[in-house]
Design a protein. Sequence first.
Length: 72
Amino acid sequence: MLNEFMGMIGGGIAFLGGALIVWGAVRFGLAVRDGATGGGAEIATAVSMIVGGAVIIAAAAYFGTLDTSWAG
């Protein structure tokens, strides 16, 4: 039962990380399209959002490898 719960939590976290990557990619595209009006700050924010999403997905993958054999 704990393994199923851990799988659901890990899947939800990975989904949120993926959504963050997609939203960051959209913001990046909009910042590049705007060019000079947005400047580098919007591009930097979008890139940091994409990287943050990737870190969240990596954490979800690590979460799925945790040992739950002690739970019986």
